[in-house]
Design a protein around this ligand. Sequence first.
Ligand SMILES: [Zn+2]
Length: 443
Amino acid sequence: MAESTGSYTVLARRYRPQTFDEVVGQQHVAQALKNAILCNRVAHAYLFTGARGVGKTSTARILAKALNCPEAVEGNPCNECHLCSAISEGNDIDVMEIDGASNRGIDDIRSLRANVGIRSMRTRIKMYIIDEVHMLTKEAFNALLKTLEEPPPNVKFVFCTTEPQKVPDTILSRCQRFDFASIETQVIAQRLKDIAGLEGVDVTNDAIDLVARRAGGSMRDSQSLFDQLLAFGSSRIEASDVNRLLGTADDDRLLKILTLIHQKQQGPLLEEINEAVSDGVQLGNLIDQLVNCYRDLMILRCGADSVDLIGVSSLQRETFAELGKQMGLETITAAMQILSEAKMRLSRVSHGRALIDLAVIRISQLENLESLSNLIADLKSSETGVITLSGTTAPAGLLTTNPRVTPALASQSPPAAPVSHSPPVADKNLTPQSGSENQKKKN
Ligand SMILES: [Zn+2]
């Protein structure tokens, strides 16, 4: 991706954090590095790990500035002196950023080693920042190791990687490691709001929320998406613009699909899927969104109230909580399983459309597994033989159900005790085989 086109500099670059305090969502790392600088205990080599776009390289640059800025205050660089400016722009000859993916060979590391011993020209501390360090070849790592074993004074290394498990132990053991967290959706949303304000663009909260959720914890991804949206050039950006750009369904449509599935209205359900696809919603996106929606239903059904929703906006929280209660946990998890399988197959087949139709119909055929569990629990505990349907308030999970079971197999456990007033729905689902199996277990 080109970072700048013509005179336009992309948001991710313009709004890159310039001090430790500006690094969003990584306070633990920022605080530890500031303390190390203030106590003069900065390590020779650091390993920064974490998903892409969470601030690893930005933090490495800030560290380089903080170590060299003559005007630094409490561990933070001034960002005004010529050293700070040069490092911020990536132009300082003593702070080298190396892309491990394209400079992965032994020769690249040999030339690095040849230069390591040369005194820095302008800065006090010479720094090498190697991005995607896990891409280095085995020989390159060996050459690097020799430098790390006898690091020249005033040289520091920062290795950044998304895949620390691919970095040899010999290197890891010589680095101080910091794990960068994925950034919370709300934190990303707040940052996007700030940027929208600074850019003077009117963006609705729904649209911001959608971009933040879509970025999946990556600040850089959220800002790249935001860039694309701003390029639309409209005076006001709304959620529908985001959905059109991404090929995703809006919250109303997702809620409608979930409700139709739950109500087993299979005709209107297939029509709604059809309409979504003709409106430009991508099949893979739609499955992902539905999986995320069922995940949201699951966390609400489990009562994890402080966890963010990822499938829909937080405005839908109450509606989703109610829907989740009606569906029951076991149906929800079975639905997630069916959709995840459909997603895995999607890339390998040419009949993707049929797969998603099949998946939603299969989910709509699931009985409410949780209320069946409760029913069975009631039957078992009922000594008088009188059934009281407790709905969803009784503890769930008494029937251990494989989420992959088909509806017919899902309701295999029969009432353990003879019951005089069994409702027809329970009888209908009993099969003779499972009945005798359960009888055997009981005896
Ligand atoms: Zn400075």
